[in-house]
Design a protein around this ligand. Structure first.
Ligand code: KG4
Ligand code: ZN
Length: 372
């Protein structure tokens, strides 16, 4: 099955073509440079950029997939079986651009349209293949042996814990916990911005924390250099939600006058701060494993690019007698390849619009409601 997938939920304009779980093309046009000046994603700018760029991104994805010798859009579209589009969660004005364009293509070229959850997309990012039998994730076969798993999805917009159960190839997801205020990536970005690290600050925080590490000291040994609270350390033992605004406020207060900080101070601060974010995430991971008894943990989303988080999650899961699987770095940020694979999962649940009237009805999700 050839799927054309479209993703515009935040600040990446993305399209991909898949042949089942195999990525034939994956085009992402980031809007980072448009939003960097504002220190975060500006919805009206995102909408405008998606509108301007999406047709070219879709055409590029179709051409790069080498579906036919022809490069005309209508010939390429004839080779597509189904179209898929992200319907949320995400920024409403941004989502609407992708949904409107996907509907237009589906109706014009008489293709079914699959509405896809962005979160299911992040989970699917671990299961993509380069070629038949060649997954991006080297140990995918181990993961495929699991029928139930937990996912930690961490990005600039999301911090979620999701439980997935697989029954004869049909996946059912249940949201176990989510952030009640800032997402983990948002907290990294806002504090990093105050430190003058630019946007997005997550990768810079990671780099500084590692690069400037004091000689002979490990990151965790240096973590008490600036005292920061571990988010929700004292929350109820069954609480799987997250909260990062308290850490953000404490970090902004504790850093003092940034002008007085040396480069080494900033690096030390980054190490402490990153440590607090990771500890806050792992605290809830541990609880979720204990509460559900599920010992397979998947990590995805933009913050999943963080090496320290990947390593610490792997260590924790090993200690708990389980195993962690981290999304291939190529697919941690928002992309449409993951949406194309999640669409095929959604289709097994009958989530596909075939008639024009059904396609017209597809709308963005105000919130993601994974069923209980
Ligand atoms: O998934 P993504 O590209 O977009 C959203 O849906 O938000 O995630 C972007 C987020 C930003 O907050 C960014 O700072 C964070 O992921 N991020 C990182 C790293 N790379 C990206 N955070 C920590 N360490 C990284 N290496
Ligand atoms: Zn995302």
């Amino acid at each position: 099955m050839i799927i054309l997938a479209i993703e515009t939920s935040c600040d990446e304009t993305a399209a991909a073509v898949l042949d089942d779980d195999r990525v034939l093309s994956n085009v992402v046009w980031s809007q980072l440079e448009l939003h960097a000046h504002w220190g975060g994603v500006v919805p009206s700018i995102a909408r405008r950029a998606h509108e301007e760029r999406l047709p070219a991104v879709v055409a590029a994805a179709l051409r790069r997939a080498n579906l036919t010798n022809s490069s005309s859009l209508s010939n390429l579209m004839n080779s597509v079986t189904t179209i898929a589009v992200t319907i949320g969660p995400g920024l409403a004005p941004a989502l609407e651009v992708g949904i409107t364009y996907a509907k237009k293509l589906a109706i014009q070229y008489h293709k079914p349209l699959i509405p896809v959850s962005h979160l299911e997309g992040h989970i699917a990012s671990l299961f993509l293949r380069r070629r038949p039998g060649v997954p991006y994730l080297s140990n995918l076969s181990n993961l495929n042996n699991a029928s139930n798993w937990l996912s930690l999805i961490v990005s600039g917009g999301h911090t979620e814990l999701v439980e997935t159960r697989r029954q004869s190839f049909v996946l059912a997801h249940r949201l176990l916990g989510q952030t009640m205020d800032d997402a983990a990536g948002e907290c990294l970005d806002k504090v990093g911005r105050a430190l003058g690290l630019g946007y997005p600050a997550g990768p810079v925080v990671e780099k500084l924390a590692a690069e400037f590490a004091s000689k002979g000291q490990t990151l965790s040994a240096r973590s008490d250099l600036f005292k920061l609270p571990i988010p929700m350390e004292r929350s109820r033992k069954t609480d799987l939600n997250f909260s990062f605004s308290g850490l953000k406020t404490a970090a902004l207060r504790n850093m003092g006058n940034v002008g007085d900080l040396t480069k080494q101070d900033i690096a030390d601060f980054c190490a402490s701060f990153q440590e607090a974010v990771i500890s806050g995430l792992l605290l809830k991971v541990r609880r979720a494993v204990v509460m559900t008894g599920i010992k397979t943990m998947l990590l995805s989303g933009g913050v999943a690019a963080n090496n320290e988080l990947r390593q610490r999650l792997r260590q924790l899961m090993k200690k708990l007698g389980g195993q962690a699987f981290c999304a291939p770095k190529k697919f941690t940020g928002d992309n449409a390849a993951m949406i194309g694979l999640a669409a095929q999962w959604a289709r097994t649940r009958g989530e596909i619009a075939r008639k024009e009237i059904e396609i017209e009805k597809i709308d963005r999700l105000p919130n993601l409601n994974f069923s209980d």
